[in-house]
Design a protein around this ligand. Structure first.
Ligand code: GDP
Ligand code: IMO
Ligand code: MG
Length: 424
């Protein structure tokens, strides 16, 4: 396995953590390239369940180096807590982790500003994870952020931090909110800073050398294509490029180094937070998908909105990301639901369209055009080969392949490592 990028093709939570864990058995390096603590990537190993937010999902593998790329926004306190949590469970994080000196730092004031922005939006709120993601990326693009490399000169760092904190406090005061106290914040940040410092590295140089040396690298995407700030259901998106291009800008590795793109999609659709959801099921079937699929956010615990597979939007994701390997996840959840529906087109103002409209108002308005597929009643969670799948499950996969114009590579029928098989 040389250099593969793994991206979510829907609104996140497709099962990226699980597949990264499966694929990293023989991977030298896993590198996260965007997002921050908004991600929640679940890995289940036997009876142990781990949810990773800032640390790459290869961290549980003894021989894998895990890189937090320059494209991330890092909350030091949250990262320290995550490291401590894993260490308590016997994971030797210290020997497996590197953090880019170019990554950007996220602080409590970003979270406060995230909350304030959501409050001000009222009925139009995005439904963010309130992890401060938007405000931190705003600082980055506005060229006034604090970066990981700034931690290396502590005196200068605290000065910059105080300036930013004071500026944020002015906004909080104007909004009648409590201000953050510099000394208190400093007390909370200092132990985290000391813990994280040894991991700071020039990861761009490290990764490019690794490419040259032929190491196997997995670029771990967070969120999913429809949350991409350029290509998603804007403004109901996150603040980074979740699509394949982010793997280059978020790590400093050129596109020639990438050998293939693994796209990952659930056999149905979910979304956490606000915004249009073209195939959302607001009836009993949606509740059933949520219950059987345990569709509750891994970061915020919010119930995920559920709906049928949207082949129009997923095809767009596959094209934009240049997906050449497709993983179909959570096929087991569809047992006992019949007929199954696949959205193959939309109707907008009475006209049939087969592309995702740009405008959120149109996205809210589109009516999905469904094709019915016969379901199956067999439990799939013990299936270990493609051959063993019920005929109707094979037909369902074949129809998705046809609509997306990509052959499925991996099928997943449960959260565990062994509940995964290659189609061929
Ligand atoms: P990620 O953000 O893409 O890593 O996905 P999450 O971890 O947020 O959500 C996926 C959830 O589905 C997790 O609870 C996984 O343990 C679980 N999961 C992954 N693959 C499968 C599968 O094939 N079947 C079932 N039933 N659960 C799965
Ligand atoms: P993983 O990596 C699902 C959603 C939020 C909200 C929008 C913006 O686990 O797939 P943000 O906090 O990023 O500013 O919120 O994006 N969101 C996710 N939804 N999975 C995620 O990550 C998400 N990260 C952010 O719910 O709608
Ligand atoms: Mg998740």
């Amino acid at each position: 396995m040389p250099a593969n990028v793994l991206v979510g093709l829907q609104w996140g939570d497709e099962g990226k953590g699980k597949i990264i864990d499966v694929l990293t058995e023989k991977t030298d390096i896993v590198v996260r390239f965007q997002g921050g603590g908004n991600a929640g990537h679940t890995v289940e190993i036997e009876d142990e369940k781990y949810v990773l937010h800032l640390l790459p999902s290869g961290i549980l593998r003894e021989k894998t180096i895990n890189v937090v790329g320059n494209g991330l926004v890092v909350d030091l306190i949250a990262m320290n807590e995550e490291i401590k949590g894993l260490e308590k469970r016997g994971i030797d994080v210290a020997n497996r982790l590197m953090i880019s000196n170019r990554a950007h730092l996220s602080f409590s004031y970003h979270k406060e500003l995230d909350g304030l922005s959501e409050k001000r939006l009222g009925d139009n709120s995005i439904g963010t994870t309130k992890k401060g993601i938007g405000p931190t990326y705003s600082d980055k693009v506005n060229r006034c952020a604090i970066r990981v490399c700034d931690l290396l000169d502590e005196e200068a760092f605290w000065k910059k931090f105080k300036t930013k904190l004071d500026a944020s406090n002015k906004i909080l005061v104007a909004a009648n909110l409590n201000v953050l106290d510099y000394e208190e914040e400093k007390k909370k940040i200092t132990p985290a800073l000391n813990r994280i410092k040894p991991f700071i590295a020039d990861t761009v140089a490290f990764l490019n050398k690794a490419v040259k040396d032929g190491k196997s690298i997995l670029f771990e995407g967070a969120q999913g294509m429809w949350l991409d700030v350029d290509f998603g259901t804007y403004p109901y998106v996150t603040s980074s490029n979740t699509t394949v291009g982010g793997a280059c800008t978020g790590t400093g590795v050129p596109p020639q180094a990438i050998d293939s793109v693994v796209g990952i999609a659930k056999a149905y659709t979910t979304r956490v937070g606000e915004g249009p959801f073209m195939t959302e099921l607001l009836d009993e079937s949606g509740a059933t998908l949520r219950k059987i699929g345990h569709e509750f956010g891994a970061t915020t615990g919010r119930p995920r909105r559920c709906g049928w597979f949207d082949a129009v939007a997923t095809k767009y994701s596959a094209i934009l990301n240049g997906v050449d390997k497709l993983c179909i996840m959570k096929l087991d959840v569809l047992s006992n639901l019949s007929p199954l529906k696949i959205c193959t087109a939309y109707k907008l103002d009475g006209k049939l369209i087969d592309e995702m409209p740009l405008n959120p108002v149109d996205l809210e308005k589109v009516e999905p055009v469904y094709e019915d597929m016969p379901g199956w009643t067999e439990d799939l969670t013990e299936v270990t080969t493609y051959k063993e799948l019920p005929e109707n499950a094979k037909k369902y996969i074949a129809r998705l392949e046809e609509l997306l114009e990509i052959e499925a590579t991996i099928i997943s029928v449960g959260p565990r490592r062994k509940q995964t098989f290659y189609k061929k």
